[in-house]
Design a protein. Structure first.
Length: 395
């Protein structure tokens, strides 16, 4: 009976994963063929029966060794959101870089990513956050920031989080909007507490209560730190953080993301390592911004889109195909373009994220890696939520 129920759960899980990863337009025939393609003797990590009820752990075995050795540089990369913008079991865009357990930096926090951070390896990472960097203001890159900050407030985080983003007015408006949204939440959680007298009374506020002003009660405890928007020249880098004490420098560079302006990527330099986050961007040769920024990088964390799949699954109407071209294809980087960028920049390790559509089976992952490997000969990682990398000291 238990085995039958587990099998039912697995089939349902497959069905849900396929539908939400590959779009609601999946046909019954496609679903059946995808189910047939899964080898239950060697199921993909997300379908492993031991993780059907709990998926809080690293899913890519080579990346899941948390043993600290003498050659550990004190730098950890965490994939906290690797999914596509639309409905997905993965968190939306988020990558963390942790240095010596002190500098805890997030690059974007899309919807659902805050949940991954809240239970990463059964630990709550939200109280450790020091800085959040926004690549652009689309909700799949920013929609989890408010929750991440507010959950820290509920867990009694005391230190403010610095929120970095391009453009002073843009970042101010975004941050103030979050403050107003969460002020009502914070006020409605206030209690009159007196343990001796056994008093526990809520202090509900009316909409006209002056305490609703975010300046009076800020449940986010966030400090916005804007920086000038870099020009569209494929080369200029703007220093966002320069912390000699921790040996950390973060720079931004402009990328072309057709459906968002401004959009930037980031370069992180620490302990001799260079880590580059592309953000959402069109690929080379339309833009050479990432190629220039990522020269000789140790790690390039780059988005990727399967153009063949998207074109074949566009809505069968002229408007549908035009919308997909304008909103999606003109704004993202295709598989061969990512490979060329990594090759031209001579990066040592390529981490694929913001993957559209999200891989479902092991074969999906293999196909994606093989396509990249035809052009780029370095290390290729198709990231999953909860994956992490422990960087080694430079020799």
């Amino acid at each position: 009976m238990l085995a039958a129920r587990l099998f039912t759960c697995i089939v349902l899980s497959v069905h849900i994963q396929l539908v939400i990863s590959h779009g609601q337009g999946i046909t019954q025939e496609e679903l059946i063929e995808s189910l047939k393609a899964i080898d239950l003797a060697d199921p993909p990590a997300w379908l492993n029966p031991s993780r059907v009820l709990q998926r809080k752990f690293c899913r890519t075995p080579p990346l899941c060794d948390n043993k600290i050795t003498s050659d550990y540089a004190g730098i950890k990369l965490i994939a906290c959101g690797t999914g596509q913008p639309k409905t997905n079991v993965r968190g939306r865009a988020c990558f963390a870089i942790v240095i010596d357990g002190i500098d805890y930096m997030l690059f974007d926090v899309g919807m659902g990513a805050e949940i991954i951070l809240n239970n990463f390896n059964n630990t709550n990472q939200l109280n450790f956050i020091k800085r959040i960097f926004i690549t652009h203001y689309h909700s799949d890159h920013t929609g989890g920031i408010g929750n991440a900050l507010n959950m820290g407030f509920l867990d009694l985080r005391t230190l403010p989080v610095k929120l970095h983003g391009p453009g002073q007015d843009l970042l101010y408006n975004y941050t103030e909007g979050m403050r107003h949204f969460f002020t009502m939440d914070a006020i409605n959680r206030q209690l009159t507490l007196n343990a001796e007298k056994k008093i526990c009374k809520p202090t509900f506020a009316s909409p006209g209560d002056p305490k609703l002003n975010p300046a009076v009660l800020d449940s986010l405890n966030v400090q916005e730190v804007s920086f000038p928007i870099p020009p569209f020249d494929n080369r200029t880098q703007v220093t966002v953080v320069n912390n000699p004490a921790q040996d950390v420098v973060v720079k931004s560079f402009r990328v072309y993301h057709h459906s968002a302006d401004p959009a930037v990527g980031y370069i992180v330099q620490t302990k001799g390592h260079k880590i580059v986050i592309s953000g959402d961007t069109v690929g080379y040769p339309i833009s050479s911004a990432v190629v220039n920024a990522a020269q000789d990088a140790d790690y390039l964390i780059h988005e990727v889109l399967n153009k063949t799949y998207l074109v074949s699954h566009s809505k069968p109407t002229p408007g549908g195909k035009f919308n997909d071209q304008c909103r999606i294809l003109d704004s993202h980087t295709f598989i061969p373009q990512v490979a060329r960028v990594a090759k031209m920049a001579k990066v040592k390790n390529l981490i694929l994220t913001h993957i559209l559509p999200s891989p479902v089976t092991n074969q999906d992952v293999t196909n994606l890696k093989n396509s990249i490997a035809q052009i780029y000969k370095g290390n290729i990682y198709v990231s999953n939520d909860y994956d992490y990398w422990l960087l080694k000291k430079k020799t």
